[in-house]
Design a protein around this ligand. Structure first.
Ligand SMILES: [Zn+2]
Length: 189
């Protein structure tokens, strides 16, 4: 179910703000489809910092592991990353389903270079994916009276507690099994 309390625009605005603060750049100058690594010069530590800022703003837990590591854990070692550390053909397919068909994203690229294709839009998608799982009812009191004063944190209108979302890692795992059940990308890999 979509989350009616937090807009996509707000998420994108906060992604830009988090990037700008972490990378000490101007938020208005950040294009949604630029590579965060190649275009904005982010390192892996910066990604942790950006995620941390977004988690605080929206009251969510974003994925701590990248998709390919989840695929390896869920579907078996070597399925997503070959012996040379390169992305397998089915892994490239599932990455495209997950991230979008981004420039440079292809089978045979080094797995540790996948982060170079990540854009602000991809980060926003990850936040929205978690926010969209807002449960129907409050897990504390059972009321269905969500509200948000600031358009970011969703709280229960009855008991005042913050909404509890599944973690980004749990959602990613679920998503991998759903996609694999439907498409059998890795069945013969
Ligand atoms: Zn409640």
């Amino acid at each position: 179910m979509a989350n009616p309390h937090v807009t996509r625009e707000r998420v994108e605005e906060e992604v830009r703000a988090a990037l700008a603060t972490t990378l000490r750049t101007d938020a208005d100058a950040i294009e949604l489809d630029t590579s965060i690594v190649n275009g904005l010069g982010a390192t892996s530590i910066d990604f942790l910092d950006i995620n941390f800022r977004l988690e605080n703003v929206f009251g969510v837990q974003l994925a701590t592991q990248v998709l390919l590591d989840h695929v390896e854990e869920e579907l078996g070692e070597g399925k997503a990353i070959d012996r040379d550390g390169k992305v397998t053909a089915p892994a490239a397919e599932i990455l495209k389903l997950y991230l979008g068909d981004l420039p440079g994203l292809e089978a045979g690229m080094y797995a540790d270079e996948v982060s170079t294709v990540v854009t602000p839009r991809v980060v926003a998608d990850g936040v929205v994916r978690v926010l969209d799982t807002l449960p129907d009812a409050c897990t504390h009191c059972g009321a269905s009276e969500w509200k948000s004063e600031d358009g970011a944190q969703v709280v229960c209108g009855a008991c005042g507690k913050e909404a509890v979302y599944p973690t980004g890692d749990d959602l990613t795992k679920r998503w991998i099994h759903d996609v694999e059940g439907e498409k059998q990308l890795f069945a013969n890999a």
